[in-house]
Design a protein around this ligand. Structure first.
Ligand code: AMP
Length: 402
């Protein structure tokens, strides 16, 4: 089997000195809702710094490009990359300039004036509708700015857009940045040659968004542990009462078929924390999943499930986690999610490979200050989910045909 990491070159394998490098990053950061727009979480910017620093050090002339939000194909101050530029200035050394557009003669002049180590940050790629349409003419104009293409935007790799896919047809040299490479090393490792035993933990509100990933992981993992709101649809599919818990009635058939085809590899919670209302200070109690009373709703996994899941984690060599075990935003119902985070940190310390994806599980890890205790925390929610579903990501495939 061809390993992902052998399918493309990294920046270490290409010549960049004195070259204009078009660096596609994922600077799609959250901003304040009101002007002046400022960044509320710069994780994605920081994640690209190792690549930016290395390219600068080697004397590349950097043209950095990203999308931000959904500006509907036209300039919109709310989605401008100017706040990112202001912040990036404080994180990097050397000359850094901002271009008010991402294509056109003015940008071409600015790109031509770059000296080794300089950075030119382009305005939001999605101010042009051609970006999301993967328009060849637009791709060509982007490619014209540089000699070399580097993709470090794993978070956008599931999009066949001009700056991700189209542009690669108009450049002679292309490579993955360090972040892209790290994501593919870990996620690719999980999908292609995981150390055994391999378990997956899937949680979150609904089955609907996770059916494909559960199906895909059932083929690879020794066990898929299910927690969170989706548990109750599975329990109802087994004929159990679930009270007022979250349930997707239109997914009962698929839940039934997943359970019957899983050969016992799908592991459901055995007990549940219930709340009388959907509120942190609501009256609560813990019951076996066989004794769910009406009028109550499941909001977290119970202590027996925590024990069951943490014991599975302790015995595994590869663990992938996506989705919280309960309503972790309410501190009283965050115990299950935090217990998983802690067990994963311990497993990592004992040599297991732990990979976490999905905005909520990552938020829970950060809440518990355990993000740096995982082997890998993915920066791409949607992209990592599609990767684990076994799909070929356009951005990854485009780097491959060197
Ligand atoms: P998802 O986007 O599908 O990963 O779902 C994440 C959301 O699921 C979080 O906001 C959690 O609060 C929510 N969630 C997890 N468990 C439950 C539950 N038992 N009941 C309702 N919501 C839940």
């Amino acid at each position: 089997m061809l390993l992902y990491t052998t399918m493309y070159k990294t920046i270490d394998q290409i010549e960049v000195t004195n070259k204009r490098v078009f660096l596609r990053v994922d600077f799609n950061v959250p901003l304040t809702k009101e002007a002046p727009y400022t960044i509320t979480d710069d994780t994605r910017i920081r994640a690209a710094l190792p690549t930016i620093n290395a390219l600068q050090k080697r004397g590349a002339k950097l043209i950095v490009a990203s999308h931000l939000g959904r500006p509907k194909g036209k300039p919109d101050e709310k989605y401008s990359l100017k706040p990112v530029f202001e912040h990036l200035k404080s994180l990097v050394n050397g000359n850094i300039r901002f271009a008010n557009d991402c294509i056109g003669s003015e940008v071409e002049c600015l790109a031509a004036e770059l000296e080794p180590g300089d950075i030119l940050l382009l305005e939001n790629l999605r101010f042009h509708p051609e970006e999301e349409k993967n328009d060849p003419g637009f791709s060509q104009l982007l490619a014209k700015l540089a000699d070399v293409y580097v993709d470090d935007a794993f978070g956008a790799a599931h999009r066949a857009h001009a700056s991700i896919e189209g542009i690669t047809h108009f450049v002679n040299v292309k490579a993955a940045g360090y972040l892209m490479d790290k994501e593919l090393k870990y996620l690719g490792g999980v999908m292609q040659n995981p150390a055994q035993p391999f378990i997956a933990i899937i949680g979150g509100a609904k089955i609907s968004g996770k059916i494909d990933v559960i199906q895909s992981l059932l083929k690879k993992a020794d066990k898929v542990l299910i927690g969170g709101g989706m548990t109750y649809t599975f329990l109802k599919a087994e004929g159990k009462g679930i009270g007022k818990s979250l349930c997707e009635d239109d997914k009962l058939e698929i839940a039934k078929s997943l359970l019957s085809s899983s050969g016992g590899h799908l592991v459901l919670a055995v007990d549940s924390v219930l709340a009388h209302e959907f509120a942190n200070d609501a009256e609560s109690k813990t019951v076996s999943i066989n004794e769910m009373p009406p009028d109550w709703q499941g909001v977290d996994i119970g202590p027996e499930t925590i024990e069951l899941f943490t014991s599975e984690i302790a015995h595994a060599k590869t663990i992938v986690w996506n989705g919280p075990m309960g309503v972790f935003e309410m501190p009283n119902f965050a115990k299950g999610t935090l217990a998983i985070a802690k067990a994963m940190a311990e497993a990592t310390a004992h040599g297991a490979t732990t990979v976490v994806g999905g905005g909520d599980s990552v938020a829970a890890l950060e809440q518990a200050h355990l993000a740096d205790k995982m082997s890998h925390v993915s920066t791409g929610g949607g992209a990592s989910l599609e990767f684990l579903e076994g799909k070929t990501l356009p951005g990854v495939a485009a780097l491959g045909n060197n």
